[in-house]
Write a new protein. Structure first.
Length: 108
């Protein structure tokens, strides 16, 4: 039986980098990827990749509003290999570009 950690927050142990290989539960379960993905979906209601994307964008939003990191640094830190893809994906999820998001959510 595949054992899953509860929720998407367990999908990544730290900063998300390119080449991310999945959650600790997937490696621990020693099951086929198909079985893991099916079980993950049944347990959480979303697909592992969608969960990973959600966490990457949440992390990017945090970094954009709480640090002085450049957009390239934020993209790299959250696992996106290039800025144009990061910007398109960010806008698809949030309806704002990273620049717009940062401007609207500045901390004083």
């Amino acid at each position: 039986m595949v054992q899953l950690d509860p929720g998407c927050h367990q999908l990544h142990p730290g900063p998300l980098k390119p080449g991310f290989s999945g959650c600790p539960s997937c490696r621990k379960s020693q099951s086929t990827p198909g079985l893991f993905f099916k079980t993950f979906f049944q347990y959480t209601g979303i697909r592992p990749l969608a969960c990973l994307h959600e966490k990457r964008i949440e992390r990017a939003q945090y970094l954009l509003t709480t640090t002085n990191m450049s957009y390239v640094e934020v993209a790299t830190e959250t696992g996106f290999e290039n800025l144009p893809y990061f910007s398109r994906f960010f806008k698809k999820v949030t309806s704002l570009t990273p620049v717009q998001y940062k401007q609207q959510n500045k901390l004083d």
